[in-house]
Design a binder for this molecule. Structure first.
Ligand code: FES
Length: 108
């Protein structure tokens, strides 16, 4: 397992873009739960954020792709609207140990 994030750095309602060996992920914290996805839009396979660590819509309720505005549920990455409606962001399995978010290298 490798540590990718100190969860104390991730505030409620915010996101953090992560790079590990040229692979890009992002973490979101909502209602004290953390979600981890590949930073790859199912529409064109491009990164989603419009600014560093900015992955949410203006209300902070949904993940929004900067490119063409696709909206995804934070909890499961399901696309609710936009050109990839019905598709999903790909979640990355993780564990949290002593406040550190860790992933298996084999999952990257
Ligand atoms: S690349 Fe994300 S909506 Fe088009």
């Amino acid at each position: 397992m490798i540590t990718v994030l100190d969860t104390t750095e991730l505030e409620e309602g915010s996101c953090k873009g992560l790079e590990i060996d040229n692979k890009y992920l992002f973490a979101v914290k909502k209602d004290d739960q953390i979600y981890l996805y590949w930073n790859r839009c199912p529409h064109l396979g491009t990164p989603l954020e419009w600014e560093e660590d900015k992955f949410l819509d203006p209300d902070g309720a949904l993940i929004q792709c900067f490119n063409h505005g696709a909206l995804f549920r934070i909890e499961d990455g399901h696309c609710l609207a936009g050109p990839c409606q019905g598709k999903n962001l790909q979640a990355v399995p993780f564990a949290i140990e002593q406040g550190l978010l860790m992933v298996n290298e084999s999952d990257l």
